[in-house]
Design a protein around this ligand. Sequence first.
Ligand SMILES: Nc1ncnc2c1ncn2[C@@H]1O[C@H](COP(=O)(O)OP(=O)(O)OP(=O)(O)O)[C@@H](O)[C@H]1O
Length: 605
Amino acid sequence: MTKTDVEIMISHENAQKAKQFSWENVSFGVQVDKKEKMLLNSISGQINAGEIIAIMGGSGAGKTTLLNVLAGRIGAGSLSGKIMLDGQARNPSTWALQCAYVEQDDILFKKLTVFETLRYSALLRLPSTMSIAEKESRVNAVIEQLGLSECKNTQIGDELDRGISGGERKRVAIGIELVTNPHILFLDEPTSGLDAFNAFNTIKTLKELAKRENKLILMTIHQPRTDILKQFDKIMLLSVGKTMWFGSTADAIVHFENLGYKMPLETNPSDFFIDIITIDQRGDEQRQESLKRIAIFENAFKSIQQPSTTTLLEVEHSNSRIKWPSPWLGEFYVILHRYMVNMARDRSTSLASLAQAIINLVLISLLYANISDDMAGIQNRIGVFLFLGMTFTFGNVIPIINAFPETKRLIKRERAAGSYRSTSAFFAKVVSTLPMLVVVACLVGGPIYWIIGLYNNVENYFIFIFILFLQAFTANSMGLLIGSAVPNTSVGLIVTPMVLVVFVLFSGIILNLNTVPVYLRWIQWISFVTYTMKALSQNEFNANAVFACTKQPCFKDGPSVINAYGFDNPDLWGSIAANAGLAIGFLLLGAIVFSKTSRPLMRLQ
Ligand SMILES: Nc1ncnc2c1ncn2[C@@H]1O[C@H](COP(=O)(O)OP(=O)(O)OP(=O)(O)O)[C@@H](O)[C@H]1O
């Protein structure tokens, strides 16, 4: 058996440490109005171990597109050219472990401290063979490296709830990626939103990191000031997706001077570069003139461009695949723990849910207390069941739709680093929501049963609370399914009410289920509101319920109410089982959809 036949389990620690990353004639285009729009045109370059390179250009020049293409994070579009590690095509199964990508808009858990944020990243990304103490010492080293010691125990915060500063936040986002000690680092505008001092410190830290640990660091940057520019070994200047220059800053100044564009004295070179390579949009004449200039720069650079000096290494291709850092249960535990800590500290969200429950409790008590045993009482019982079904539906689905797409983006980022499986993240989210569902079901259902004066029996009382909990859980599961499927909160908030209203329509109150057209009758079998109505009604209107109506017509006993509303099939436990089945179905479907929609983009060829 040759070495090539052996399956090697690759982790961050044993991923190949490349000496050179190169790209040759890379072009990328997307379809716009049925025509191909080229965002990148035949771009070449390379970065060697120990170097830090900046991709610069005006807004819309193609910087982020190039960074994404090089990192393998692109979706639909035509890609051509070669992107290589030590002269070899990248291995899709190990690439995620060799590199890290720091996005421009970092999503972090606002209630975790800097240390906790990095510690969770280490627990999720570093192999389970490392002890917790070793992982924590790696976190402390990163904190030290990035100059975050002062704010180590400060919460991340957000606009409303101030925590660490913008510069510190950026460095935390970098630290999250650094805990695995990635060999290649891509950063999209790591200095955006930072003051000059913090911007310089961030880049200087990265420069030292590249030198000290022989890393390859490639970033986009808008218009750095002089001292930042000096940190870069090379710069790549882009305009309309074309290369204007690739090499050192000093050589760039001479190059443009030779073309007749001398940099004025005491000018920041990056200001000068951006001025001459950006399309002037002030008028048609200026635009044409700047396009002509850009064409000159493009051709001039092509004529001096050195042929690629790609190092061709003999790398033995092994049949390798990613080894997850931790077993499934280990990941599940860490992700769940992170959700719970963040939630426990995020009092405003928990308090809003409790306040909503208390308001419902008060409202129901005022309207339905001491229910009578006559026709009005029957109507009120059905009414309160529908009210409970609706509040437990909307009250659980809407908050999930509001927050889950954002959580999904964070998970996508972590999955791009090969951190964990999608199922552990999904089911940890499911479990993290359970305590609140139990609290709300007990808080509302517990007292309301006796305040209203429902059927006086302890067993029915506990069944009532369980039905409410199950209703909340099924609604929650559907929220997670919709939240997994929709691309963002806005779409979720449009889709969700449409689905829920149909379910409420089939609750058996607004529409008699016996009169629903045959071809639409199936909807009631997937409506958890319908099963909740059936279960609550059968729990209440049982054979012992007899009504003493003074006026006719009236129902004489419980079973006649159930029959009249079409609530007889399935029976109480059948309805409960149906809701449990729907919850499980929504969750399984949700986990499948989530694994697709939280899958990070990865296109290496
Ligand atoms: N999927 C897409 N479909 C159509 N056009 C796109 C797409 N993605 C990017 N573009 C366009 O490609 C150009 C380059 O975009 P890119 O985000 O790479 O620019 P940038 O240099 O990073 O700009 P900025 O500094 O403003 O972020 C822009 O004109 C942008 O509108």
